[in-house]
Design a protein around this ligand. Structure first.
Ligand code: DSN
Length: 476
């Protein structure tokens, strides 16, 4: 519930901002209006609550606090210590983890902290020990050279980008693909599902130091017991990136073998996707890996953001409620309803459906690229993102897929019947879009949307959105 006073408080806050730079106040107001007026289906986005947003707008931002609780490189960090401890305490209780490190500023940062911690913990490196014990005056260039040699050519194995993995799982355009020798696993060409037997065989041959499990565009659940078994068999550390599905773990939709926390050595995540917190990251670790994870700042990260850790604490506290569990259940139910709605209207889904919060549409059946479909949908007020599908003939720029998810609209209150309507709107746009002709043949980027479709879809979207207002009661 938003107290009535919130509207005038926000209006005054924006007036204060406008007194210095009116364009920022204006863009902030407009962003709210735009988010209110569109069907937000980007699988990695959500809407944080006002308590979370408000916790970020304070002077906790003004303090430097490199280091960890009780062990800072700056004086006067007592209040930041409180904030960080409360956030970590909530995260540990929420996920049943031995240890939570809540400083990472983003998902990529959280993954880098995890990679460094695993390297530092796993690689027997006398040079690293010497460097950690050294004072600035004793640092010897020889030790760095030895460290680089001792850390050399470690191997990581993660899901390939076109199968739904993430850039940070060893892709060549990310530092993870440069730090490590990399091998990726894909999905079965017929079912589109992870093939654990193939993965096991590849792991036996490649012998990675780290196996990464997790995804940003795979519409199914992972069995982490099997991933643990494979990791143990080849002596790998099991690292899970649960950024996309942290809300489903927190909300107890993913339990037993689908919950990564009891099986992984290290788990990294963002806070702002299905978990519905502020923009940021965190890492969970077993007792064994915790000391190495805590070296994240200053090893990998800049100083922690006290105001964002405060908002993370509020978000973790929210996620410990029954209301959040009900939300997480609805996210998964709504994704199923959306999948059924699309399938019955003839849209092809990678893996034939979903059992998490996201769906991957193969739009090649409409003779469109992902880029054309994304643009036509956006013109109609439906916000999605293009995404590769497994073995995508159109590559990572044009793609043949559209990724959509239910976390944001479920936060607004959409139910299964609403998502069936969303499926109808998406299908109407796709069926009425054709590639534009160019002298060289059909364009991969330009498209033609039949007259009247965008206006009709926008109008129907507005009716749906009006029944589930964003931040109801907030008059801005
Ligand atoms: N950008 C996030 C996503 O959209 O999935 C992952 O980094």
């Amino acid at each position: 519930m938003i107290p009535e006073a919130a509207s005038s408080v926000y209006a005054q806050i924006l007036d204060i901002v406008a007194s210095v730079e009116p364009r920022i106040a204006e863009a902030t107001r407009k962003e709210l209006a735009d988010q209110r007026a569109s069907l937000k289906l980007i699988a990695s986005e959500n809407y944080a609550s006002l308590p979370i947003l408000l916790a970020m707008g304070t002077w906790l931002s003004d303090k430097y606090a490199e280091g960890t609780v009780g062990h800072r490189f700056y004086a006067g960090c007592a209040n930041i210590d409180t904030v960080e401890s409360v956030a970590a305490e909530h995260a540990e209780a929420l996920f049943g983890a031995d240890h939570a490190y809540v400083q990472p500023h983003s998902g990529i940062d959280a993954n880098l902290v995890a990679y460094w911690a695993i390297l530092a913990h796993r690689i027997e490196s006398p040079a690293l020990k010497r460097l950690e014990a050294a004072t600035v005056n004793d640092l010897a260039e020889d030790d760095w050279e030895t460290l680089r040699r001792e850390f050399n050519a470690q191997k990581v194995m993660g899901m390939s980008l076109d199968a739904g993995g993430h850039l940070t799982h060893g892709f060549r355009h990310n530092i993870s693909g440069k730090m490590f020798e990399q091998h990726s696993y894909g999905t079965n060409p017929v079912t589109g599902l992870i093939d654990y037997d193939a993965l096991r065989a590849a792991a036996r041959e490649f012998k990675p130091l780290i196996i990464v499990a997790g995804y940003s565009a795979y519409p199914r659940r992972i069995n982490f017991r099997i991933m643990r078994e494979i990791a143990d068999e080849v002596g790998a550390t099991l690292f899970v990136d649960m950024a996309h599905f942290a809300g489903l773990v927190a909300g107890k939709v993913f339990t037993g073998e689908e919950n990564p926390v009891p099986y992984a050595d290290v788990v990294a995540s963002t806070t702002h996707k299905s978990l519905r917190g502020p923009r940021g990251g965190f890492v969970l670790a077993t007792k064994e890996y915790a000391p190495a994870v805590d070296k994240g700042c200053p090893m990998v990260l800049g100083g922690p953001l006290g105001h964002v850790m405060a908002a993370k604490a509020v978000a973790f506290a929210e996620a410990r409620t029954v209301a959040f569990q009900e939300y997480a259940v609805k996210v998964a139910e709504n994704a199923k309803a959306l999948a059924e709605g699309l399938l019955k209207r003839g849209v092809r889904l990678v893996t034939g459906g979903t059992d998490n919060h996201l769906l991957l549409l193969d739009v090649s059946g409409f003779a469109l690229t992902g880029r054309q479909a994304e643009s036509a949908l956006l013109e109609s007020g439906v916000v999605t993102n293009r995404n590769s599908i497994p073995r995508d003939p159109n590559g990572a720029w044009y793609t043949s897929g559209i990724r959509i998810g239910t976390p944001a609209l479920t936060t607004r209150g959409f139910d299964e019947a609403d998502f069936d309507q969303v499926a109808d709107l998406i299908t109407e746009v796709l069926k009425n879009t054709t590639p534009a002709s160019t002298p060289k043949g059909p364009s991969k980027a330009k498209y033609v949307l039949a007259d009247g479709v965008a206006d009709r879809v926008k109008a129907r979207a507005q009716e749906l959105l009006a029944d589930s207002p964003l931040y109801p009661g907030l008059q801005l």
